[in-house]
Design a binder for this molecule. Sequence first.
Ligand code: ADP
Ligand code: MG
Length: 287
Amino acid sequence: SVPAAVTSGLAAGARRGVLIKGGAALETIGSVRTVAFDKTGTLTGNRPQVTDVLGLRAPEAEVVALAAAVETGSAHPLAAAIRDRAQGQAVPAAQDARAVAGKAVTATVQGRPLAVGSPRYAGEVAALSADEQAQVARLEEQGKTVVVLLDGSLVLGLIAIRDEPRPDARAAVARLKALGVRPLMLTGDNARTGRAIARDLGLEVEAELLPEDKLRRVAALRTAGKVAMVGDGINDAPALAQADVGIAMGSGTDVALDTADAALLRRGVTGVGDLIELSRAVMTNIR
Ligand code: ADP
Ligand code: MG
């Protein structure tokens, strides 16, 4: 039978906005050595904003409208920023929208095979000119995330998005360090943007990771002690499953929430420190 301390621990978590799926997760989280965070939608998520639109082979307004069309059904935080930017504009209908996890979204719009994705993805399906690559680098140096709008192998335009850390992210990172836990960022975003945000928050970063790379990194970290992974996206689900404790953002995708052992229901990431402290208190009561 579940000890009473665990039951009341689960209830205490719920009161603090942390939903814990069972006693096992509550027991384990207090002894993790590393907490790996996804970036987009997890450490950031305070509604990203489009800052720059570069119309390369289409006018800027068309780049925004077509990109918003492709992103119509996407739950990715970058998609919301692009749709926000298109407000007040006519956005055409999209068919066959598909997510390429950690890379892009593709869809047919006005009969054209469009994609919105990372510069790396664009480099796989098209050839970015030296000038286009320089534009991407310039925007990324500013800590912005750049996505490319493609029509087949034609680069129609670039969209830069500023994705600010959540207001409590820096405090959440500092608190983990105070608890003796190593915080780490695992991101699918490019290294320049990842480093800029990691420096700001005070944690280490590994960037340009595909979903399977995140999973592999979590598996490798587990050889040195227990690992918690915090994420929100479809791309995080394999890593959430691999971690000793998977924690999903309450605002995250259903796949992440289904896979995780716990969910942070309030905006922000300080709940991770709450969970660790709660777990340690519960385990002390049991012993
Ligand atoms: P993170 O690990 O930081 O949460 P993701 O793995 O979700 O980032 O995405 C990695 C990169 O893939 C993004 O920075 C973006 O370039 C691209 N990408 C993923 N999903 C989308 C989308 N819906 N629209 C545009 N680009 C996307
Ligand atoms: Mg994410």
